[in-house]
Design a protein around this ligand. Structure first.
Ligand code: F6R
Length: 244
């Protein structure tokens, strides 16, 4: 529990930096699972600062984003491709071919093969070293909404009503929010060697309490992280308010 989101985010960025430096020493690739949304933005700002001011290189980094709306044009305002470029990728020296984001342009007939190949690419690189996560009010991680099984893999899902309401301001109205998304599965996330779940603000306090202290259930997919051997939950005081 940190005093505020800024300090917490710096600590998450430091964990990522330490992984990158450790991998560099051994000439290996650091494999990062990344999230979008309001929660990780300060982490990305700090990583950009580390690159610009401290010379941290991302040349040995590969990234896999959790999710993308479906369908979605990569250059549209709400696209996670655009988000990642704006917050991180355009400002660091990552190789473009090392960036992976679920493709919102796929034809329906291509989705299964794409999802399978997304999983295979992660496995081929040795798995995710660190997966960072935010959490939705439904308890979703990635876009694994209530009902998602612990064994679920990368796939096309239907977004929960609450998630679409929460996204409405980004799309200027709920009507415009896509009904579906591509997301890594709970199983994909849980296979990561380390998971860092972040939450800031009072609005997340109820779901953080359920995720951390509630019974493990597919009705709150984040509870599956309770069984993960190396998950760190990083919250500010406000998001920690309902923890007992
Ligand atoms: C985003 C993602 C989602 C968000 C969650 C919280 O890639 O996978 O699970 O982390 O919806 O969103 P924010 O951070 O905007 O509150």
């Amino acid at each position: 529990i940190f005093a505020d989101a800024q300090q917490a985010s710096i600590s998450v960025a430091q964990s990522i930096r330490d992984l990158i430096l450790e991998k560099q020493k051994h000439n290996k690739t650091a494999v990062l699972g990344l999230a979008t949304g309001s929660t990780p933005t300060r982490v990305y700002e700090e990583l950009v600062r580390m690159h610009q001011e401290e010379g941290l290189s991302f040349a040995n980094v590969a990234t896999f984003n959790l999710d993308e709306y479906y369908p979605m044009q990569p250059d549209s305002l709400q696209s996670y491709v655009r988000f990642m470029n704006e917050y991180l990728f355009d400002h660091i020296d990552i190789k473009r071919e090392n960036i992976h984001i679920p493709d919102g342009l796929l034809d329906v007939s291509e989705i299964n093969a794409f999802c399978q190949s997304y999983e295979e690419k992660i496995t081929k690189l040795g798995g995710l070293d660190i997966q960072i996560l935010g959490i939705g009010r439904t308890g979703h991680i990635g876009f694994n909404e209530p009902g998602s099984q612990a064994s679920s893999r990368t796939r096309l899902i239907s977004l929960d009503k609450i998630t679409r309401v929460d996204a409405a301001s980004d799309f200027f109205s709920e009507e415009n929010v896509p009904r579906r998304a591509l997301t890594m599965g709970v199983g994909t996330i849980i296979d990561a060697k380390k998971v860092i779940l972040m939450a800031w603000g009072e609005g997340k306090s109820r779901i953080i309490h359920k995720a951390v202290e509630g019974e493990i259930t597919d009705m709150v997919p984040a509870t599956f992280l309770q069984n993960h051997p190396d998950t760190l939950v990083i919250v500010d005081e406000a998001a920690a308010a309902e923890l007992t």
